[in-house]
Design a protein around this ligand. Structure first.
Ligand code: HEC
Length: 173
């Protein structure tokens, strides 16, 4: 209830498929997804899932900061059931993630009257994700995750579940 109220209370200035920033947001999230998937696949085939944890832990934030700087935006991953508390959603992101969880909507774009533009795109759980986010984890993965993420909420997913979302913020220039 609270989160829905937050979402509805947000000043929604424009929502249009023709916005240049909407296309840029889509391109940016696609680029991030491609880079991360490639790094993940490479690490999985080279060293297996335990070694690949480093990709999600260290490389993902690096890719985020390079892309954010290159595009003068802020891009991140977030989830209602996050593994790393640093990826916890803010109120706006939580409301959009709630929308993804309860409707068929998979993208959200909004321009506020202060000139800030926000975009989110749902991230779906794929088969490759299950090794580290699934119902039953291999003991060595569970152990490695427990060490770095004692309060891990990001387990128990099935393929097709919404794992979280990409979140992009463009600040007015
Ligand atoms: C090798 C293990 C591993 C695999 C495979 C993996 N992840 Fe993760 N994932 C992690 C770790 C570790 C983190 C925490 C990263 C951090 O510290 O920011 C994480 C974080 C995330 C986050 C950020 C929110 C959060 O929970 O902190 C999302 C979203 C996410 N993963 C989605 C996916 C998706 C989608 C896939 C499949 C394409 C996937 N992951 C595959 C280990 C994995």
């Amino acid at each position: 209830m609270f989160r829905t109220a937050v979402l509805l209370a947000l000043p929604l200035i424009s929502y249009g498929d023709d916005s240049a920033l909407l296309s840029k947001s889509r391109a940016l999230t696609a680029e991030y997804a491609t880079q991360l998937q490639a790094a993940l696949q490479e690490a999985l085939s080279a060293g297996g899932p335990v070694a690949a944890i480093a990709v999600c832990k260290e490389q993902a934030p690096q890719i985020e900061s390079v892309l954010s700087q290159t595009h003068s935006a802020n891009i991140r991953r977030t989830s209602l059931r996050y593994r790393n508390p640093a990826n916890a959603p803010d109120d706006w992101e939580a409301a959009v993630l709630e929308l993804f969880a309860t409707t068929d909507q998979r993208e959200f774009f909004e321009e506020t009257d202060s000139g800030e533009v926000h975009f989110m795109k749902a991230i779906t759980t794929g088969a490759v994700c299950i090794a580290c986010h699934g119902q039953e984890l291999a003991p060595e993965i569970e152990q490695a995750l427990n060490e770095s993420y004692p309060n891990d909420l990001a387990r128990g997913y099935n393929p097709g579940d919404i794992r979280g979302g990409f979140s992009v913020t463009w600040t007015a220039d």
